[in-house]
Structures are given as C-alpha cells and as structure tokens.
Ligand binder design. Structure first.
Ligand code: PLP
Length: 396
C-alpha cells in the first residue's frame, strides 16, 4: 500500500511527462520526423564541448579518491569558492564559499530550501502560471502553495495581488524569471514593486518572508534584456540556480543555492540547509559534476539556436493570428488558446501531430505552453499545422 499523500501526487502526475510519453508513441507510429513534440523543456542544444573536456581533464589529472569521494554536504570548498568568485565578478557582490550550497539541480535546491524553512501549514506564495512541480516541492514539507495570477496581459508579477495573498503564515515567495511557462522576463520595475511589498509584509508580521528566486533560465535571454540580481533588490533572497538549461545538463542534476550572509538568520539557515541536503538523501550534489562545472563557469550555451526557433515561431504565429506573450527569455512560448477550453485546442493540435501542454498544468487555463528547445526542423515542420489550426479557428 502506498501513502495517502503519494496517492494524491500520483493522481496529479505531470501532464507534461504524459504528453512526452505520448510523443514517443506517436513517433513510433508516424516516424519521429513527422511528430512535432514541443512538450518538454529538455534542451536540444548539446552541452558545450568544454564540459566534456573538463570531465576528461578531471578524470585524467585529479586524485580519483577525491573526485569520487564524499565531501562537505554543501559541496567542495574550492568549487563553492569558484562559483562565488564568478558571481562576484558578474554582479559586484562579495560572496564566499560559505554562501554557496551545491545542489542536485534546481529541484534539489528548492527541496532543500523548503525543508529548511517550512512547518506544516506554512504558506508559500507564487505567481501563476508557474512550474507545476512547485506544488509538489512545497507539499513535500506539508506547506501550502498559494498561486497569485500574474498580470493578464504582460504576465509580469502583480505586486498588489501578492500583497493581498500574504498572511502571517507566509514564509516565502517564489519568483521565476526568465519564466517557465510564459517566457516573460520580469522587469526591474515590477521586481522593485514586489520587493517593496515583501518589505512591508515583513514589517507588518514581524518575521522574515524569504524570496526564492528560481533562475534556471538566467543565461537564456534575448535582445540584451536585463535580468536583475534579486539579492540587490531584496535582502532576504535565496537564489536557486541550475546547469540543466544553461549548460544543457538536465540529466546530470547539478546546480546551487546562493544564500547571502545578509538574509535574516543566516547562520541557522545555512546550517539547516546543509543538513537538509544530507537528510533528504542527496547527501551532496554529484561530485564529478561539481568539479566539471567549476571549470566551465564562463561557458555559454548556444542561445542563438533557441533565438532562431523563437523568431520562426513568433513570426509565423503573429502572421496567422495567434495571441501570445512576447518571449524575452527561456525557451517557452505561451499561446492563448483560440477556444476557452485549452485542452480542446491541445487535442486539435495533436491531430496536426503538434504536441503542446495545457496551461492548466501551470495553474492557468485558457493558454498553452510550447517548448521550443527543439531542432529547427521540428519548428519548420510544425508551421503548416499551425496555419491549418489558425484557419480552423478562423483567427484571421
Ligand atoms: N524551476 C523551473 C522554473 C524549471 O523550469 C525547472 C525545470 O524545468 C526546474 C526548476 C528544475 O530544474 P532542474 O533540472 O535543475 O532540477
């Protein structure tokens, strides 16, 4: 028998993963080249060559006992120091190794954060649409996720609505920019407004409300758009970073938390987070990958590859009459369903062998998400299908 709690998780199991499985079945029937699978945020760009080189160098030159051994639960001291120095160079900060905790991807980092922070019944606010796993990660520690709709046109966070949602039980706010699923990048102006609301709420309730800035897409942004460094706008910020997208290493499970010394209760927090990383069973982030990413801190993924897909899609969807949010970052396109029930649109798109994910998976019905981290040929192959869908729904 499985637990009641797990029964709930299994029942609500990810529609995104289900669509991905469906895509594989369809590919077996029609041929992979005839299925346009935009369901999963799995980067199609290979990891930069420097990653493989770094791994080879480490295996060839470093002490295997060290490379494959246990270390401090927060990660290798030298790796954390190198990450801190790299952030300091980019953001003018003064982090040290003690401010960095290497994690099992962004997902591992978020679980460490919530394990550290939440008592049962505590509330965590986020902006919808949101990455659906937030509900599971908060639920893992019997917290309650409170979703606050973003602005209905720009999909920027709505500071006034966040103010309304905060209660004495609120322990944290999750923000994710560049955003999955909308592709929106939150502007400095909207982030300053949210920071002000959080400061007011801390004052009102007399306790810290931590901001978790979930940043796996920080490096994937277009046209020089600014992505502000959140700790410089709000002191009680913890940043969650991941190499899953920035270096195309999602299966390697590597990322880190930045826990600035300025956050309230820093010493307790860092000690607890270190313990959380251990007792959640991660023990530590994968050791070879820690050492590899430390050698690749200045490496970049091929953002131009995603940008080509972005331009192809947005150009075509505009021309055929679809409404969507201008994607300034990440590799997602958030498209308004031409019919109220977006699941109906998802089904219709499947007839064109186009696989997209209903917005209800992200807490926002009436829209769909398209992940364009795919081959350019997949995008090109799907365009005629989008034209037919536009005609079917009489968009122009
Ligand atoms: N947060 C967001 C917004 C994501 O989109 C994802 C993955 O798609 C994650 C966190 C988890 O990333 P990771 O693979 O680093 O655990």
């Amino acid at each position: 028998m499985i637990s009641e709690k797990m029964k709930g998780y299994v029942k609500n199991s990810s529609a995104i993963r289900a669509m991905f499985e469906e895509g594989k079945k369809m590919a077996a029937i029609y041929g992979a080249e005839n299925v346009y699978d935009f369901s999963l945020g799995n980067p199609n760009v290979p990891a930069p060559e420097e990653v493989a080189e770094a791994i080879r160098t480490i295996l060839d030159t470093e002490d295997p006992v060290l490379v494959h051994g246990y270390m401090n639960n927060s990660g290798y001291e030298d790796v954390r120091g190198a990450v801190a120095a790299s952030l300091n160079k980019r953001f003018g900060t003064a982090y040290e190794a003690k401010n960095i905790l290497m994690t099992v991807g962004a997902a591992g980092g978020m679980n460490v954060f919530f394990k550290t922070l939440l008592n049962p019944g505590d509330e965590v606010v986020t902006v919808s649409p949101y990455f659906g796993e937030y509900r599971s990660y908060v639920g893992n520690y019997d917290g309650k996720l409170i979703a606050v709709p973003a602005d209905a046109v720009t999909f920027q966070p709505d500071a006034a609505a966040i103010r309304e949602a905060i209660t004495e039980r609120t322990r944290a706010l999750i923000l994710n920019s560049p955003n999955n699923p909308t592709g929106a990048v939150y502007t400095r102006e909207s982030l300053v407004a949210v920071a002000e609301v959080l400061r007011e709420a801390e004052e009102k309730y007399g306790q810290p409300i931590y901001l978790f800035s979930d940043e796996p897409y920080r490096e994937i942004a277009y046209d020089g758009v600014e992505i502000p460094w959140m700790p410089s706008l709000y002191a009680d910020t913890v940043v969650g970073y991941s190499y899953s997208k920035s270096l195309s290493l999602p299966g390697e499970r590597i990322g880190y938390l930045v826990i600035p010394s300025e956050i309230e209760g820093f010493e307790d927090f860092i000690g607890a987070a270190n313990t959380a990383n251990r007792i959640l069973g991660f023990v530590n982030a994968p050791s070879l990958m820690q050492r590899a990413v430390a050698k690749c801190l200045d490496c970049k993924t091929d953002v131009a590859y995603y940008d080509t897909n972005r331009k192809l899609l947005t150009g075509h969807l505009s021309a055929t009459g679809f409404t969507f949010v201008k994607p300034d970052g990440a590799f997602y396109l958030w498209i308004k369903s031409p019919v109220a029930d977006e699941k109906e649109f998802v089904r219709k798109a499947k007839e064109e062998r186009i696989l997209i994910v209903p917005g209800s998976s992200f807490g926002c019905a009436g829209w769909v998400r398209l992940a364009y981290c795919v081959a350019k040929e997949t995008v090109e192959g799907a365009l005629p299908g989008f034209t037919r869908l536009a005609e079917f729904y009489g968009l122009k």
